[in-house]
Design a protein around this ligand. Structure first.
Ligand code: NAD
Ligand code: MN
Length: 357
């Protein structure tokens, strides 16, 4: 029997609530399958750890997790600590050294969930590919003359040919594997006339390798309008780190709630473990209330299983999720119900156990 070594990093806010639900569901799937299991190592890294140790994770943190098969991550973000410290100290401190350059974010309106677009939302079946290693979040910049009237600060968005080529190739490949073979390349090359122009040129170059994929180019501002007004015209999307960050929150809202949306931070070459997480953050407003929607974490677990090659278990979990969302008794408050995290988790566990496929 294969035992996968998993890292669980619940982090802050509702992170621990949704990650313990996610681990329970993964263990249930393993029991149900009987052909694989999980050895889960939990790490208490995050804001509370920072308060004691002055850093979000230990200095040798990456060494401790680099040989695991995958990482399940909750959220970085603590009410008492500045967001750039928690984000750069934990999530980006893992994504960047592990070269998880492809951030994949599927969006669909699950059964029983209402899109703010109404029936038009049924057409949403998108995958957003976010460049996850450079661009606006490259960390290049500086701040001088702090506090003086001459104070200046820069965040330089840095794009490399190698970085853009690999994310374009990844996105075209992903689009090729989907029925519509349709890719939209999001850009802002009208206003940003250096890096975004190179981005566009590289899209044209890589597109030539994928003659069977239909593609178009869209300015990011116009893309927000298209997502709302013509959702059916979109399938696979590739965008920069910042653009895709924003577009995918919009996508999650159009699919019903931020609490449902999953993401995979992939190192496609598998030189390092990939990381799977709900796209939402720490949600301070509902922390500790037991009402966090765990579906985003469960869907992320589907992506984790797919990455591990456990397609049958991934399919079984997705079916269980859809069976549960279809039943309004198991809707948490963010999607208009009154169910708790524990009730939704128990329903998904029961659906996995009951599945006779
Ligand atoms: P957020 O995602 O934490 O919350 C936004 C809104 O969505 C809140 O009203 C929240 O209650 C709701 N929400 C989010 N997830 C939910 C869920 N599972 N179930 C029900 N409702 C849910 O975003 P924010 O308020 O902008 O950020 C809060 C903190 O989280 C900040 O410190 C931020 O930096 C951090 N953050 C971290 C990540 C990450 O680690 N990947 C992502 C986003 C935000
Ligand atoms: Mn975001």
């Amino acid at each position: 029997m294969k035992t996968y070594k998993l890292v669980a990093i619940p982090g802050d806010g509702i992170g621990p609530e949704v990650i313990s639900a996610g681990v329970e569901v993964l263990n249930t799937l393993a029991e149900r399958a009987g052909t694989f299991g999980f050895a889960v190592d939990h790490f208490d890294w995050g804001g509370e750890y920072y308060k004691i140790h002055g850093r979000m994770m230990p200095e040798d943190g990456l060494d401790r997790i680099k040989d695991h098969d995958a990482i399940l991550f909750g959220s970085a973000g603590h009410p008492d600590i500045a967001d750039h410290i928690t984000l750069w100290g934990l999530r980006l401190a893992i994504c960047q050294p592990f070269d998880q350059y492809a951030n994949v974010r599927p969006t669909r309106v699950l059964p029983g969930i209402t899109s703010p677009l109404g029936a038009a939302g049924d057409a949403i079946d998108w995958v957003i590919v976010r460049e996850n290693s450079e661009g606006e979040y490259a960390g290049v910049g500086g701040r001088v003359h702090r506090g003086s009237p001459l104070e200046a600060a820069t965040d330089v968005s840095m794009f490399t040919r190698a970085g853009v080529e690999r994310i374009m190739r990844f996105a075209f490949q992903l689009a090729r594997g989907r029925p519509r073979k349709l890719l939209t390349v999001v850009t802002k090359s009208n206003a940003q006339r250096h890096a975004m122009v190179m981005w566009d040129e590289i899209a044209v170059q890589i597109a030539a390798e994928f003659p069977d994929v239909t593609w178009d180019k869209m300015l990011v501002d116009a893309m927000t309008t298209r997502m709302v007004m013509k959702p059916a015209s979109i399938d696979t999307v590739v965008a920069t780190n910042l653009h895709a960050d924003i577009l995918s929150d919009l996508a999650a809202a159009l699919a019903g709630s931020l609490g449902i949306a999953p993401t995979a931070n992939l190192n496609p070459e598998r030189a390092f473990p990939s990381m799977f997480e709900p796209i939402h953050g720490s949600a301070f407003d509902i922390t500790g209330k037991g009402i966090a929607n765990p579906i985003g974490t469960f869907w992320s677990a589907v992506m984790l299983l797919e990455h591990l090659g456990e397609a049958a278990a991934a399919g079984r979990l997705m079916t269980a999720i859809e069976r549960v969302t279809a039943d309004a008794r198991f809707h948490t408050p963010d999607i208009g119900g009154s169910a708790t995290t524990a009730e939704v988790t128990a329903a998904v566990v029961a659906a996995i156990r009951g599945a006779n496929d």
